[in-house]
Design a protein around this ligand. Structure first.
Ligand code: GDP
Length: 298
């Protein structure tokens, strides 16, 4: 479906091997191809522009001779720049000095927060922790039930308002859950929050209220990689409204080319920490910048 960047650049540089330095015309043609590749991978336009600026700089100094042909040289530069922007190395969860460590999840409805709570629960348990999943998505009728199901699959405990008490106050539930975790010796609390289909002020205020109540050590912004260019607006809104310390990309098993990763990281400056690649609890891993760079380059 997509022509990879290396195929595109090979065409640009046909016959160039052995000619010395890349000319300005070569570099402009290169920039055009990189631009197309990044836009096809769904990277947001301002990010594409900034990125191309820095690659052009480096391409100007590149010699054509040597072990790599011009296309390979440019790909190497693009790859290094991408890995750099995507964070270089994986950043791990910061554990609190005093238990419990609190991890809050925020994002749009359907982005995969509740599923992620289960995945994180399972992953934390495997790392030797005793996590508690907290149901603060009291907006969606089935969300509490869904969280209980994934907690059961993950083999971890859940804290939720009693059924039949009407919809509770999520900020209260969040605050109480920390006390509960202390009493019951859970060392990590994962707080699932409500998301709307679009960004709205009430949702942001509620998420900010939960944040103030639980003082999270990490707030993870959960974003569906398939939303592509919209990821930038959504990420900016959550950065302003709630603030976050890390990003989780979900639905990377779909055919998204991963541009959302680059855009969100670039625009917010926050690291991408985990990647979700399916509906099962095992479809989950820490984020690897170099894998994402290859995916973006095709
Ligand atoms: P929430 O509204 O943010 O809590 O989102 P959910 O956790 O309910 O997820 C919404 C839908 O996306 C559900 O049908 C999940 O099974 C599905 N889902 C979540 N993560 C992934 C993923 O990484 N890949 C795929 N293919 N589906 C996912």
């Amino acid at each position: 479906m997509f022509e990879t960047l290396s195929d595109r650049l090979d065409k640009v540089f046909t016959g160039l091997r052995g000619k010395g330095r890349l000319t300005d015309a070569d570099i402009d043609a290169t920039a055009r191809e990189i631009r197309i590749a990044l836009l096809e991978a769904d990277v947001a336009l301002p990010v594409v522009r900034a990125f191309i600026g820095s690659v052009k700089e480096r391409a100007r100094g590149a010699e054509v001779s040597g072990a790599l042909n011009p296309a390979q040289q440019v790909i190497k530069v693009v790859n290094e720049e991408l890995v750099g922007i995507l964070g270089g190395e994986t950043r791990r969860i910061r554990l609190a000095k005093q238990s419990p460590t609190v991890i809050m999840l925020a994002g749009l409805q359907g982005s995969g927060k509740t599923t992620l709570a289960g995945k994180l629960g399972r992953w934390l348990r495997e790392q030797g922790h005793t996590p508690l999943l907290v149901a603060c998505d009291l907006q969606r009728p089935n969300a509490v039930n869904q969280l209980s199901i994934v907690a059961g699959q993950a083999g971890v405990d859940v804290y939720a308002p009693e059924p039949g008490n009407g919809i509770g106050d999520p900020i209260r539930v969040a605050a109480d859950s920390i006390e509960h975790a202390r009493r019951t010796m859970h060392d990590v609390v994962v707080v699932d929050t409500a998301g709307r289909l679009g960004i709205d002020a009430e949702l942001m205020a509620q998420a900010a209220g939960i944040r103030d109540a639980v003082q999270p050590d990490e707030t993870l912004f959960v974003v569906d990689a398939m939303i592509g260019q919209d990821a930038v607006n959504t990420a900016t809104a959550f950065a302003d409204g709630v603030g976050f310390s890390g990003v989780v990309l979900t639905k990377l098993d779909g055919d998204a080319r991963g541009g959302a990763a680059l855009s969100v990281r670039y625009v917010t400056g926050q690291p991408i920490m985990f990647a979700s690649t399916g509906e099962k609890l095992t479809d989950f891993d820490v984020f690897h910048p170099e894998r994402m760079a290859s995916r973006i380059l095709g």
